[in-house]
Design a protein around this ligand. Structure first.
Ligand code: BG6
Ligand code: MG
Length: 222
């Protein structure tokens, strides 16, 4: 019988976990916010991580209590996205964070399934540019979900595509909303970033490439 907590699948967020596209999102949102006369700080930006495009815009507008008609919000969100895509299209495969590809290969050697769960509608473009689309056994992106993180929908869907029960899944997340979503899905979670921000995760490390099989085994026994 397999113990309840053995990890059989690892599900990776993309932006900020596999590659520093989280920074490109920040630059594009900051540029849009500046056009609206809003100063978007790094602290404010933490709340945008993992959250859908339109929900992110809503958070920014709420900083100044601005309310706008739906069409205007869609126009602004599209504008931000075109700047983001400009950054992304200049990316090369060597922008993948150090050690991430090796980690995925190590996990596969342990018969761990590999999933991607990104709220981004650009996720497939990004993994194609990084030349890693064939590394995943299942991919869920922002076009396939109804509710954005912190809702657990994206991780539940990824687990079901992988054919692994949530309790046997380990999520890698850099966003507070993403950690909450993973825990709400009944999964374990590795926070990538600062313990202040991601303290609810089972463990927090500063970079994805620092994770190793020994840590995986520890998480499988707690
Ligand atoms: C998430 C990012 O991965 O995707 C968020 O952390 C972003 O910052 C969200 O808003 C949606 O991305 P996109 O590319 O569809 O605008
Ligand atoms: Mg992220």
């Amino acid at each position: 019988m397999i113990a309840n907590n053995v990890i059989k699948a690892c599900i990776f967020d993309l932006d900020g976990v596999i590659v520093d596209t989280a920074h490109y999102h920040f630059l594009a949102w900051k540029r849009l916010a500046n056009e609206l006369g809003i100063d978007l700080t790094i602290e404010d930006n933490e709340r945008l991580k993992g959250v859908s495009r339109l929900d992110s815009l809503e958070i920014i507008l709420n900083l100044r209590g601005i309310s706008l008609p739906t069409e205007e919000k869609e126009r602004l969100a599209n504008k931000k996205n075109s700047w983001f895509v400009d950054y992304v299209l200049r990316m090369s495969p060597d922008e993948i964070f150090p050690g991430v590809k090796q980690l995925i290969h190590e996990l596969k050697k342990q018969n761990i399934k590999i999933g991607l769960a990104s709220s981004s509608k650009n996720a497939k473009t990004v993994i194609h540019l990084l030349q890693i689309e064939n590394e995943f056994d299942a991919i869920v992106d922002g076009t396939m979900i109804r509710y954005s993180k912190p809702d657990p929908e994206i991780f539940i869907l990824a687990a079901s595509k992988l054919g692994v029960e949530p309790q046997h899944c380990l999520v890698f997340e850099d966003a507070e909303a993403g950690v909450e979503a993973a825990l709400a899905a009944g999964m374990k979670c590795v926070g990538i970033g600062s313990a202040n921000q991601l303290g609810k995760a089972d463990i927090v490390i500063s970079k994805t490439g620092e994770f190793n099989i020994a840590t995986l085994q520890q998480l499988s026994t707690v």
